[in-house]
Design a protein around this ligand. Structure first.
Ligand code: NAD
Ligand code: GLY
Length: 368
């Protein structure tokens, strides 16, 4: 098992990555589970595969698991989902010093984290991420949010978990397409700041997708280390370090918006194509070399993730895609900072990008 500390003044916690963490849940959580009754929120898909294991682990330790099982999917991260979760936690008489368990992917983690941030003005929570995306990204760092009709993740809070247990065994039941979506966030750490890890991804990405346990362990551990380092440096995204994690997200968000935030393009798939676009846009600005931008596209296409905008079958033009960026939550007094690349492993924030230039670039990309 790897234990990765997230060092934050007064709010430090551990991310543990390994096998059998759910089977030893009571021991892993120790005194964080201070009462007999343990509130756990999950979704139906995750419950189907992992509820029995969690029940067995807690019951054998003399605990009484209490479950809220929500519908799967992004729609659960909503005002309704939040109200349902908060009301249920109140019914369970959860107190400030108690810990609520979030068992699931990023949807459950973001929702339960946000509910915990407001329950009794903030109670504890533990992340048990079960998707690759949640293990390598969303469960670490304390960003929590719901979606509203105005857009994704527009209402939320920074609220750090007290513990994250990333049990690699849970990835065995995760659909392959979801593994791919999570892998986009893995290779992102290499592209934005760790060239040797990018090279590792080139060599081992297919194994991660194929379910190779050793490769998945390295992928998750390395990603969490990278994220923990960045979060410790810039918890609230104020100095620019954490903003680099948005590599590919501005282009990706526009693609998600254009495809209606639907199953047509999962978030991680949009980020994957978004990173290719960020790299090509950087090459167009004479930053990263065209060869290295192509190398990023090849590494992404090699695991079956989308790497060509022209293959997406969109009806819109570059201007329409760029217009979605106006609603990006990173918009700052009329400027939208872009994460661009000087090289593989060398990302930086550029707030000099005009959306007209982006629209023209996207028109070229749409034509292939
Ligand atoms: P998700 O939670 O919807 O999970 C994807 C699908 O996999 C769902 O159908 C889920 O039921 C299923 N699933 C999860 N674990 C499973 C398992 N072990 N076995 C079988 N099925 C399983 O989505 P996600 O990709 O995990 O996360 C996406 C969400 O994360 C988005 O809402 C995004 O905004 C958010 N996010 C947050 C952060 C952050 O820093 N807070 C970062 C990135 C993404
Ligand atoms: N997923 C981006 C962040 O946590 O900052």
């Amino acid at each position: 098992m790897a234990v990765i500390p997230v060092d934050l003044a007064g709010r430090s916690y551990e991310v543990r990555v390994g096998q059998s963490l759910l089977a030893n849940l009571a021991d892993e959580c120790g005194p964080l589970l201070r009462k007999r009754r343990v509130p756990i929120v999950t979704d139906e898909n995750v419950a189907q595969h992992w509820r029995a294991a969690v029940d067995a682990a807690l019951l054998s330790a003399g605990k009484e698991p209490q479950w809220l099982v929500l519908p799967p999917g992004e729609a659960t991260k909503s005002w309704d989902g939040l109200a349902r979760t908060v009301e249920w936690l109140l019914e369970q008489e959860v107190e400030r010093k108690d810990h609520v368990i979030a068992l699931g992917g990023g949807v459950i983690g973001d929702l339960v984290g946000f509910a915990s941030s407001m329950l009794k003005r903030g109670c504890g929570f533990i992340q048990l991420p079960t998707s690759l995306l949640a293990q390598v990204d969303s469960s670490v760092g304390g960003k929590t949010a719901i979606n509203t009709p105005a857009g994704k993740n527009l209402v939320g809070a920074f609220h750090q978990p007290s513990l994250v247990l990333a049990d690699l065994a849970t990835l065995e039941t995760l659909p392959r397409r979801e593994i791919g979506a999570g892998y986009a966030e893995v290779i992102k750490y290499g592209i934005l700041g760790d060239y040797p890890f990018f090279e590792w991804c080139e060599a081992h990405g297919a194994k991660v997708l194929a379910g190779d346990k050793d490769a998945q362990e390295i992928a998750v551990t390395q990603s969490v280390r990278a994220k923990a380092r960045i979060v410790a440096e810039d918890e609230r995204e104020t100095t620019g370090a954490r903003a680099l994690l948005n590599l590919g997200h501005t282009f990706g968000h526009a693609l998600e918006a254009e495809t209606g935030f639907s199953d047509r393009l999962l978030h991680g798939e949009a980020v994957a194509l978004g990173m290719v676009l960020a790299a090509r846009f950087s090459a167009r600005r004479d930053l990263i070399s065209a060869e290295d931008a192509a190398r990023i596209a090849i590494a992404i296409a090699a695991v079956g993730l989308p790497s060509e905008l022209s293959s997406l079958g969109l009806n819109g033009n570059g201007q329409m895609l760029a217009a979605h960026m106006l609603h990006d939550k990173k918009m700052d007094a009329g400027t939208l900072p872009f994460v661009l690349l000087n090289a593989i492993g060398e990302a930086f924030l550029d707030d000099s990008v005009a959306l007209g230039e982006v629209a023209q670039f996207l028109d070229e990309e749409l034509q292939g």
